[in-house]
Design a protein around this ligand. Structure first.
Ligand code: PBG
Length: 337
C-alpha cells in the first residue's frame, strides 16, 4: 500500500545517472593543488605524521612532479625544509639566491615550464624563531620590519620561476606591499594568492614537524596568536578578505578548511575573486589515523571532504590528498554508470 504523495525528492536519487545529472558540485583534478616539500641533499625522507608524504631533494621532486603531471595535476605549492644551521632570526636563507628553495624553483620551472608553481612567502621555515615574521629583542613579531624581508623573498621567487606568490604570513598590509614590490620589479603579471583567513589552528602540527618550524626560543612567543586569526571569529576573516582584495590580491584563501567551511561560504558572498581552501596537514593526519584503525574508509571520507569544500564555495583546493584523488579518479579506473 502506498499513499498519495505529490512531492518525492527520492525520485531524483533512484540511480547513478540521475544522481549525476542532479549533482550540484563537480570536482576534477584541475581544481586541485598538491603541496610538496623540498630539502637539500639526496633522496627523500618520509614524514611520520603524514603517511605517504615525503620531504624530497631536488632530483626526486622532479620525478614526483612528473608523476603528478601524468595524473593531471598541474599545480604545485612548494615548501622548504631548511637545515637548522642555515636558520637565523632574519630568515636570510629565504632571500639568498643559492638557497635550496630558490634553486628548487629554478630546477622545477626549467624542467616543467607549463607547471603552475606556487611559492610560499613567510619566514617560518627559515627563521630560527619559527615565526613567520622577524621577532624583536622584546619578543614582538614586528609587522613593519618583516614586510621588506617578505618582498625580497617574493621578488626573488618570482624571478626564479614561481608563477603565483602566496603570502602565508598574516602580516598587516603585506598584499599591497608585495604587489608594489612585484610591479616595481617588472613582475606585474604574477598573481598573489593571499592566505587571507589563516587561523591560529592546532592543525598545523604535522607540517611544523616536517619542517622543524614550530615557534621556539627564549623571549620568543610560543604561538602565532598575535598574527593568525582567533578560531572564535568569523567577521574578522571577512574583514581580512576585504582588505586583501583592496590591496590587490588575485586569489583569497581560507586555511585550515575543515573547521572553517562557514568562513569560506561567507567570504564567497562578499567577493568576486577566486577562492582557495587549504586542507592542512592535521586534517590529512586525522583522516589517515582513523583509516589506519579501520574506523573510517579513507577514500570515501576524503572525497566527501573535498566535495564539502567545493560545495562551500572553493574554486581550488590545496590538499595532500590531491594525488590520491587523481589516482582514484583516473579515467580508466572510473566505473561506468
Ligand atoms: C606558515 C605555514 C603554516 C602552514 C603552511 N605555512 C602553518 C604555520 O606554521 O603557521 C601549514 C600547512 C599545513 O599544516 O599543512 N607560514
Amino acid at each position: 500500500m502506498s499513499f498519495h504523495l505529490h512531492v518525492r525528492p527520492r525520485r531524483l536519487r533512484r540511480n547513478a545517472v540521475i544522481r549525476g545529472l542532479c549533482a550540484e558540485t563537480q570536482l576534477s583534478v584541475n581544481k586541485l593543488i598538491y603541496p610538496l616539500f623540498v630539502r637539500e641533499g639526496k633522496g627523500k625522507t618520509p614524514i611520520p605524521s603524514m603517511p605517504g608524504q615525503f620531504v624530497f631533494s631536488i632530483q626526486p621532486i622532479l620525478k614526483e612532479i612528473e608523476e603528478c603531471i601524468a595524473l593531471g595535476i598541474h599545480t604545485i605549492a612548494l615548501f622548504p625544509q631548511i637545515v637548522p644551521d642555515k636558520k637565523d632570526p632574519m630568515g636570510s636563507e629565504a632571500y639568498r639566491e643559492e638557497g635550496i628553495y630558490i634553486r628548487a624553483l629554478q630546477a622545477i620551472k626549467q624542467r616543467f615550464p607549463n607547471l603552475c608553481l606556487i611559492s610560499d612567502v613567510a619566514l617560518d621555515p627559515y627563521s630560527s624563531t619559527g615565526h613567520d615574521g622577524w621577532v624583536s629583542p622584546e619578543g614582538e613579531v614586528s609587522n613593519d620590519k618583516t614586510l621588506p624581508l617578505l618582498s625580497r623573498m617574493a621578488v626573488l621567487q618570482a624571478q626564479s620561476g614561481a608563477d603565483i606568490i602566496a603570502p602565508s604570513d598574516m602580516m598587516d598590509g603585506r598584499v599591497g606591499y608585495l604587489r608594489k614590490a612585484l610591479d616595481q620589479a617588472d613582475l606585474r603579471h604574477i598573481p598573489i594568492m593571499s592566505y587571507s583567513a589563516k587561523y591560529s589552528s592546532s592543525l598545523y602540527g604535522p607540517f611544523r614537524d616536517a619542517l622543524g618550524s614550530a615557534p621556539k626560543g627564549d623571549h620568543v612567543p610560543g604561538d602565532k596568536k598575535t598574527y593568525q586569526i582567533n578560531p572564535k571569529n568569523r567577521r574578522e576573516a571577512t574583514w581580512e578578505a576585504k582588505l586583501d582584495q583592496e590591496e590587490g590580491a588575485d586569489i583569497l584563501m581560507v586555511k585550515p578548511i575543515g573547521f572553517y567551511l562557514d568562513v569560506l561560504y561567507e567570504i564567497r558572498q562578499i567577493t568576486p575573486l577566486a577562492l582557495a581552501a587549504y586542507q592542512v596537514s592535521g586534517e590529512y593526519a586525522m583522516f589517515h589515523a582513523a583509516a589506519e584503525r579501520g574506523w573510517i574508509d579513507l577514500r570515501s571520507v576524503v572525497q566527501e571532504s573535498l566535495f564539502s569544500i567545493r560545495r562551500a564555495g572553493a574554486d581550488m583546493i590545496i590538499s595532500y590528498f590531491a594525488k590520491d584523488f587523481a589516482v582514484w579518479n583516473r579515467k580508466e579506473d572510473s566505473p561506468q554508470p
